[in-house]
Design a binder for this molecule. Structure first.
Ligand code: C2O
Ligand code: CU
Length: 554
């Protein structure tokens, strides 16, 4: 195995992700940031310099478990202090498992600002993937707003509450079209046909293929808000990987991808090679106000006259057809040979997801606590026993038995919290994510939950309130291993993981405005076993103070 070195500078730059010029957060002059490509077992070094003039930055390596390097997880207030303007921080971590991953900012709403990129880990030298393909493409999916994230962020924490609304565009590899459409000729609403030379920042990245071959399509969603449905005209896809774990292959015509998820699908180019085909992404779970994101599948065989397909783009399933989504999600099962979960658990934590008010501000809360991150990173404050750094009260393991998840709460007020779920090292933990009615009657949203530092088994999904009887129906035989799992409206999702990674780990809804409004919790395990944390990770808050008084220096 090797060490891969990267030198990155994060900066604001003018860019036209959807043909409209705005400001994005880029890396080394690129948007999306450079792709990291490594082999399982490699060590990745990213020397990150913050060139933003007035704000800190951190980068999280989504899906990388950070065994032995919890300080490199890149979560502000959890694993490290933010990197201040002008400063450089060295991320050093091992990529131990082949798969499709990505990275993104994890401070404020910097992911919405465009701070993200792909991270692909190939199998180790001499190893083989359990499927065959002749070429591959990588599509990083995101959503894009014209309003600056600073304004979005302020609106979310204002009274009255101002919601940023639906995204203006959907992007594939940072490319979308706002003022024109690639499929104008098929659209009912008047729109102009996009004309591209191909060198524009918003020109679609065309997937150029040869007939009768199999391609691997790596898909990852780093959307701030949108849940997506992806389809390729006339072509089936075979799902083979989810979140860096192999799954039982299954064929689909379209698939859902929630924020924080990644997949690999196999695509066989067995259709008429004289035609071109659409690749489309559409919003689901929220009433779409955003046009489909589009690019083309182009058979090289054919002389390049027009790349625009001759038939309309795939029609997305109805945004609120949850039956369709559940059908897809329930097909995802572990590939043979995937480690199975322990058959019993040591602890069960039930987490109720609610939308609330605190002093008239709109928030999300988990068991009635809305997360506000502290000034001192937990990794430092727990390691050095700094009890004033965060709330010492244990956060609740459950929610009231009489709580009706199908109705708005009788008391919609909640409070702020920043306590930690302390997990026994190497114990098995079950988490029941319980969805509920939001503030308004008859509304409940999709929330994709992402766990740092681990993969978990998804033991099952269900409707209404989770109860002990439902426990008997959990899948302990071939549950998929993942790092992100969705909860459907008014439903529950059951997860199991082993707390075997010393460190402090965020567990949160991957919808960025939701996290910003408090939708997350913090887990910690075996922090006494964490080796030397680089000083640079802890130079803020109470750990920063500790460094200043020399005699206390650890
Ligand atoms: Cu990709 Cu904590 O997130
Ligand atoms: Cu959410």
């Amino acid at each position: 195995s090797k060490t891969k070195h990267f030198k990155w500078e994060v900066e604001y730059m003018y860019w036209s992700p959807d043909c409209v010029e705005h400001v994005v957060m880029g890396i080394n002059g690129q948007f999306p940031g450079p792709t990291i490509r490594a082999q399982a077992g490699d060590t990745v070094h990213v020397e990150l310099t913050n060139k933003l003039p007035t704000e800190g930055v951190v980068i999280h390596w989504h899906g990388i478990r950070q065994h032995g390097t919890p300080w490199a997880d890149g979560t502000a207030s959890i694993s490290q202090c933010v990197i201040n303007p002008g400063e450089t921080f060295l991320y050093r971590f091992k990529v131990d498992k082949a798969g499709t991953y990505f990275y993104h900012g994890h401070y404020g709403m910097q992911r919405s600002a465009g701070l993200y990129g792909s991270l692909v880990v190939d199998v180790a030298e001499g190893e083989k993937e359990p499927f065959h393909y002749e070429g591959e493409f990588n599509l990083l999916l995101s959503d894009w707003w014209h309003q600056s994230v600073h304004e979005q962020q302020l609106g979310l924490s204002s009274k009255p509450f101002r919601w940023p609304g639906e995204p203006q565009s959907l992007l594939m590899n940072g490319r979308g079209q706002y003022n024109c459409s690639l499929a104008a000729q098929f659209s009912n609403s008047p729109s102009t046909q996009c004309k591209f030379k191909g060198t524009e920042q918003c020109a679609p990245e065309i997937l150029s293929v040869q007939p009768n071959k199999t391609y691997r399509l790596r898909l990852a969603s780093t959307t701030a808000l949108a849940s997506l449905n992806l389809a390729i005209g006339n072509h089936k896809m075979v799902v083979v990987e989810a979140d860096g774990n192999y799954v039982q292959p299954f064929a689909v015509e379209d698939m859902d991808i929630y924020s924080g998820e990644s997949y690999s699908v196999l695509l066989t180019t067995d259709q008429d090679p004289s035609l071109n085909y659409w690749v489309s992404i559409s919003v689901r779970g929220r009433k779409p106000q955003t046009p489909q994101g589009l690019t083309m599948l182009h058979y090289q065989h054919h002389p390049k006259t027009s790349l625009i397909p001759t038939s309309p783009p795939p029609v997305a399933p109805l945004w609120n057809n949850y039956t369709h989504s559940k059908l897809f999600t329930n097909k995802i099962l572990a590939f043979m040979g995937t480690p199975q979960p322990p058959i019993t658990t040591h602890r069960r934590i039930a987490l109720l997801n609610t939308q609330n008010y605190i002093d008239g501000y709109t928030k999300w809360a988990i068991n009635n606590l809305s997360l506000v991150l502290p000034a001192t990173p937990y990794l430092g404050s727990i390691k050095y026993g700094l009890k004033n750094a965060f709330g010492q009260k244990k956060p609740p393991e459950n929610f009231p038995i009489y709580y009706d998840v199908m109705k708005p709460a009788t008391n919609q007020n909640s409070s702020y919290g920043n306590g930690v779920y302390m997990l026994g090292f190497n114990t098995t933990v079950d988490v029941i994510l319980q969805n509920a009615n939001a503030l308004a009657a008859n509304t409940s949203e999709i929330h994709p939950w992402h766990l740092h530092g681990h993969d978990f088994w998804v033991l099952g999904y269900g409707e209404g309130r989770f109860s002990d009887q439902k426990e008997n129906n959990l899948n302990l035989r071939n549950p998929p291993l993942r790092n992100t799992a969705v909860i459907f409206p008014f439903g529950w999702t059951a997860l199991r993981f082993v707390a075997d990674n010393p460190g402090v780990w965020a567990f949160h809804c991957h919808i960025e405005p939701h996290l910003h409004m408090g939708m997350g919790v913090v887990f910690a395990e075996g922090v006494h076993l964490v080796g030397k944390v680089p000083d640079e990770a802890l130079t803020c808050g109470l750990t920063g103070k500790m460094f200043m008084s020399d005699n206390n220096k650890p």
